[in-house]
Design a protein around this ligand. Structure first.
Ligand code: GLA
Length: 387
C-alpha cells in the first residue's frame, strides 16, 4: 500500500512525491456512542492503513487521486466543497491553513492507497484525514504533534464535511500503539494505553452505511435533547455521560422515549467502558467478555443501532463459546468484534468452533459467509518513506 500511493503519485503526476504518511483504521472494543457524550472509549488501531503521498501544486488547488476510483479530482478548496472523499481532504487543508501549517503556496497533489474498508465501521474517514494532515504538514515542513493532527482531522470531518462524530476515531488513528488499546476519556481527552491480552476476531457483515446519511446525526440530536431536559434536574450537567449512575430512576422519570433509552445506553456504556478497561488491564478476559455482550445488547435494545445481521453474528459467537462479541463502530451495519480468550488458550479448537458457527448461522440467514479476520492492535499515524 505504501508503494502503491507513491507509485500512483508518479504515474498520475509524472514526478516523485515529496512526502508521505499513513494512519490506521480502528476497532472499538467498548464505549460505543459515548465519545460525543463526553464518556470513555477503548479502541485499538487495526492493521489496515491508509497511505497518502503528497507534492506541491498551484495555490489553492487540490489535485487528488485514489487507488479506489482511479480518476483525478481537481478542485479549488477555497471556493467550495468537492463531492465524495475529496471533501475530507479539502477540510484538512482548510484547517491546516487556519493553523499556519499548510504548504507555503497552499496547493497540493495527493495520491491515496488504502486497505481500510469504507463504511464498514472501521473509521476509514479518520485514517484518511489523519494521514492527510500528517503528509501535508510534512510537505509544509511543520511538525504537528499527534493530538494536533487528531484535532485537524476531527474538525475537517465535523465542521467541514458535517458528520457530527466524536473524537474517538481521529485520536485512535493518531495515538494508537501496537498491542495496546487506547482508553480515552473524551471530555478531558486524558489517554492511557492498555495491553490487550485477548485474541480478537472481526466479522464483516458486508452491510455498508454512510455516516453522513444521517443516523449518527439523529442520535446525537437525541442525546442533546436529553441533556437539555436533564439540566432541569442537574443544572451543571454538561455531558450526558456525566449523569450519575446512581440516579437512574430520576433520569427515567425526567425523560420521555426515545430519549430515555438513548440516555440509559450512554450512562450504562460509560460505566461498562471504564470497568472494562480495568478488567482488560488486569487480564480478566472472561468478565471483560461479558461486558462486550452487555454492550451489544444495550446498543441493540436502547440505542437501536444494531441490525439483524450483526445480531445473528453475536448470537452465533455466544452459542459457540466466545468470551464476548459486539457490534463495533457506529452500527447500523459494519462489523462485529469477537473476543476468544488469551492468545495461547484460544489458538485451537475454540477459535475453529466459533468461526464455523458464525459462518453456518450467517449462511443460513443470508446465503453467504462473512469475511472473518484476526485483529492485530497496531500503531498510529507515522511518516512513510517516499519510494
Ligand atoms: C462513529 C463516530 C465516532 C463514534 C462512533 C460510535 O464511528 O465517528 O466518533 O461516535 O461512531 O461510537
Amino acid at each position: 500500500m505504501r508503494a502503491n500511493a507513491s507509485a500512483l503519485f508518479r504515474a498520475t503526476f509524472g514526478v516523485a512525491p515529496r512526502a508521505a504518511a499513513s494512519a490506521p483504521g480502528r476497532v472499538n472494543l467498548i464505549g460505543e456512542h459515548t465519545d460525543y457524550n463526553g464518556g470513555p472509549v477503548l479502541p485499538v488501531a487495526c492493521a489496515a492503513r491508509t497511505f497518502v503521498a503528497v507534492g506541491p501544486a498551484e495555490p489553492g488547488v487540490l489535485e487528488m487521486i485514489s487507488t479506489r476510483d482511479g480518476r483525478v479530482v481537481r478542485t479549488d478548496y477555497r471556493e467550495g466543497q468537492p463531492a465524495g472523499w475529496g471533501a475530507y481532504v479539502a477540510g484538512v487543508m482548510r484547517e491546516l491553513v487556519a493553523l499556519g501549517a499548510a504548504p507555503a503556496d497552499g496547493g497540493a497533489r495527493l495520491a491515496v492507497a488504502s486497505d481500510v474498508p469504507v463504511a464498514a465501521g472501521l473509521a476509514s474517514s479518520a485514517a484518511l484525514t489523519v494521514a492527510t494532515a500528517k503528509a501535508l504538514s510534512l510537505l509544509a515542513g511543520v511538525g504537528l504533534r499527534p493530538r494536533q493532527l487528531a484535532g485537524v482531522a476531527f474538525r475537517a470531518e465535523h465542521d467541514h464535511v458535517g458528520v457530527r462524530c466524536g473524537i474517538m476515531d481521529q485520536m485512535s488513528a493518531a495515538l494508537a500503539r501496537p498491542g495496546r488499546a487506547l482508553l480515552l476519556e473524551c471530555a478531558s481527552l486524558a489517554a492511557r494505553h492498555i495491553p490487550v491480552g485477548g485474541r480478537l476476531l472481526l466479522v464483516d457483515s458486508g452491510l455498508r452505511r454512510e455516516l453522513a446519511a444521517g443516523s449518527l446525526n439523529e442520535r446525537r440530536a437525541e442525546c442533546e435533547a436529553a441533556v437539555a431536559r436533564l439540566k432541569l434536574e442537574l443544572p451543571e450537567l454538561r455531558w450526558l455521560a456525566s449523569w450519575p449512575a446512581a440516579w437512574l430512576p430520576r433520569l427515567k422519570r425526567a425523560l420521555p422515549e426515545p430519549l430515555r433509552s438513548r440516555a440509559l445506553h450512554v450512562v450504562g456504556e460509560t460505566a461498562r467502558a471504564r470497568f472494562g478497561a480495568q478488567l482488560l488491564g488486569r487480564g480478566h478476559l472472561k468478565r471483560f467478555g461479558e461486558l462486550l455482550y452487555e454492550s451489544h445488547e444495550s446498543c441493540r435494545r436502547l440505542y437501536e443501532c444494531s441490525s439483524p445481521e450483526l445480531d445473528t453474528i453475536v448470537a452465533a459467537a455466544r452459542r459457540a463459546g466466545a468470551l464476548g462479541a459486539r457490534l463495533t463502530g457506529a452500527g447500523w451495519g459494519g462489523a462485529v468484534l469477537v473476543l476468544l480468550g488469551t492468545v495461547e488458550a484460544s489458538s485451537g479448537k475454540r477459535a475453529t468452533k466459533v468461526v464455523a458457527e458464525i459462518q453456518r448461522a450467517f449462511h443460513s440467514g443470508y446465503g453467504r459467509e462473512p469475511p472473518i479476520t484476526v485483529v492485530r492492535p497496531s500503531g498510529g499515524v507515522r511518516r512513510e518513506r517516499v519510494v
